[in-house]
Design a protein around this ligand. Structure first.
Ligand code: ADP
Ligand code: 2DT
Ligand code: MG
Length: 216
């Protein structure tokens, strides 16, 4: 007799603009799923703790400069260096919540309007990474985001960049089927209810004996 296979965990990605509420909602979702008895991990990209992440951190804080393509590939490499451990966690039954992923990766880079850095170019190094079972896009208007405080000091935290990022997120998520668009302008509790609903139905549909897909 063979042992019954471990139920795999789910890979849940939360995306959105600055101040959309991603980090708050990831924490609440982690606590919600833990209370339901799931083993849960919450991770974020960029992971600024690795050597590659430290290069990214100094670039974002403006203490170093990088070519647009080069920093793009470092953000991608920062996912590849963690990808194996995500896959292992999922296989071992841990549900992984990810705060920003490849979608932020392509959108922020393409928003620079560098003629040789298109969305298509930017997507190539993402191919083969673990594919989320559900992607939640926290959608917020510039007005609502502004109410949540001014821009911070990091690169990209300015009106022009955020406007282009918002348009590009819309472009990529219009084409994509398995994305849940959440109105992030509502109260924290309302947003969290919607996220819980979307995640619960994803987990219910999930073939927990099937493998995690790859981005293509
Ligand atoms: P992100 O990770 O997307 O940048 P955060 O979760 O850090 O966003 O939230 C940014 C700020 O907005 C925080 O001060 C947080 O308390 C607040 N905030 C988050 N969600 C809401 C909401 N639904 N309504 C009002 N304020 C919110
Ligand atoms: P936070 O740490 O505050 O989320 O900001 N970014 C992120 C990219 O340009 N490419 C990526 O691949 C990822 C994951 C978005 C991180 C900043 O880095 C940007 C905002
Ligand atoms: Mg955050």
């Amino acid at each position: 007799t063979s042992a019954s296979p471990t139920r795999r965990g789910a890979l849940i990605v939360v995306e959105g603009l600055d101040r959309a509420g991603k980090s708050s909602q990831c924490e609440m979702l982690r606590d919600f799923l833990s209370r339901q008895g799931h083993v849960v991990k919450y991770i974020r990209f960029p992971d600024r703790t690795t050597p590659i992440g430290q290069l990214i951190d100094s670039y974002l804080r403006g203490t170093s400069h990088q070519d647009d393509h080069s920093i793009h590939l470092l953000f991608s490499a920062n996912r590849w260096e963690i990808a194996k451990s995500i896959e292992e966690d999922i296989t071992n039954g841990t549900t992984v919540i990810v705060d920003r992923y490849s979608y932020s990766g392509v959108v922020y880079s393409a928003a620079k309007a560098n003629p040789t850095l298109s969305l298509e170019w930017a997507w190539q190094p993402e191919i083969g990474l673990p594919c989320p079972d559900i992607c939640l896009f926290l959608s917020i208007s510039p007005e609502e985001a502004a109410k949540r405080g001014g821009f911070g000091a990091e690169r990209y935290e300015n009106e022009a960049m955020q406007t282009r990022v918002r348009e590009l997120f819309r472009t990529i998520f219009e084409k994509q089927e398995d994305v849940s668009i959440i109105d992030a302008g509502k109260s924290i509790d309302q947003v969290s209810q919607e996220i819980q609903g979307a995640v619960a139905s994803c987990i219910a549909r999930l073939d927990v004996t099937g493998a995690l897909r790859k981005l293509e």
